[in-house]
Design a protein around this ligand. Structure first.
Ligand code: UFG
Length: 327
């Protein structure tokens, strides 16, 4: 079976990608420093512990597995933390990616699928967010991801690297078989926080802002099921295997939901009350982030049938009740 190096394979999205790779006939080789990931989440292929900034460790892993491609998820991804500690993001995300690309080029592994984010677009309320929008990130997390995109363009020109960049909207849900799921410590994402409030792991869900210019006053986001999202990565890998040109794709459904709508659906799916506190706005939140692109559907043949709010919450709830990873 073809080996694929998966950086961040012990994290939320990376672990689901490993499951999809295995199902697609690949051997996912997880490379992760476990700073935010979980060794328990590595279930579908070998695990190599290491940091992205450790060139000799990367060289060793490339030499022993000879991967045909890299899926690069490994990154710090909390907007608030990036504002407080930008150096962490420039070091871990940007220097880490630079070291990875240099090692990949040296090993002759030239196909890379990269996890970017709609946070690279910044705050462009009322603009249709497609791949041609200017990238104006408003926080160091988004800036670090944009810098890596720039790095990929330069490495393509100079070294013949081929890439598919995916700019994610809001990822939610879990593996329907609950082998892997979403578990961050600390948790900052809406759906798992709602489920924590539902089952009493926290007292209540605080809604960050109820005075936005939206139908119910709360922020609107475009939620994508993690299994649909990782399927796009398999299509991206095949795109590169077929020798198609380097490309950028948004991964969103084009449909937005308010925070209150997500809470209402969660109440219905779990059949339990969601204790809620109406709080102040969270700094750095945009009013509305919804993808305005169907490029991934048209060009990659991507579909997002699992990305209904009910399905995402039901799968997340199943995982939530089935236990979590331990350090
Ligand atoms: N929210 C709450 N209360 C909470 C947590 C979140 O009301 O306790 C709201 C947020 O204000 C936002 C929505 O729920 O309106 C979604 O928030 P998340 O934190 O789940 O997701 P974000 O939209 O902030 O961030 C996600 C990814 C980031 C990525 C960003 C791109 O987590 O990595 O999308 O905008 F950068």
């Amino acid at each position: 079976m073809t080996n694929v190096l998966v950086t961040g394979g012990a994290g939320y999205i990376g672990s689901h990608a490993c499951k999809a790779l295995r199902a697609g006939g690949y051997t996912p080789v997880t490379y992760d420093n476990l700073s935010t990931g979980w060794e328990d989440a590595v279930k579908f292929g070998p695990f190599e512990k290491g940091d992205l900034r450790d060139r000799s460790r990367l060289d060793q892993v490339f030499a022993s597995y000879q991967p045909a491609a890299v899926l690069h998820f490994g990154a710090l991804s909390q907007v608030g933390e990036s504002i407080r500690e930008p150096g962490l993001y420039w070091s871990n995300n940007v220097t880490g990616s630079l070291t990875l690309l240099q090692a990949a080029v040296a090993a002759g592994c030239l196909d890379i699928v990269f996890s970017s984010t709609c946070a690279t677009y910044g705050d462009q309320d009322n603009v249709v967010l497609d791949e041609t929008c200017p990238q104006q990130p408003i926080n160091p997390y988004g800036a670090s991801k944009r810098a890596i995109e720039d790095m990929l363009y330069d490495f393509r020109v100079a070294h013949g690297l081929n890439y598919v960049i995916f700019r994610y909207f809001n990822v939610a849900g879990a593996d329907p078989e609950a082998e892997v799921g979403e578990f961050h410590q600390p948790e900052t994402h809406l759906v798992p926080l709602i489920l924590d409030a539902v089952d009493g792991r926290r007292n209540a869900l605080t809604i960050f802002g109820t005075d936005y210019d939206t139908p119910d006053g709360t922020c609107i986001r475009d939620y994508v099921h993690v299994m649909d999202l990782v399927e796009a990565h398999i299509l991206g890998l095949r795109w590169l295997e077929d020798g198609k040109p380097s490309e950028v794709f948004n991964l969103g459904t084009g449909r937005g939901f308010t925070v209150r709508e997500v809470i209402d659906h969660s109440r219905r799916i779990t059949n339990k009350t969601v204790p809620v506190i109406e709080g102040a706005r969270r700094p750095g939140d945009c009013t509305k982030l919804v993808s305005g692109s169907t490029k991934a559907e048209a060009e990659l043949g991507w579909t997002h049938e699992r990305s209904t709010l009910d399905r995402m919450i039901a799968d997340a709830w199943r995982w939530h009740q089935s236990g979590h990873y331990a350090k």
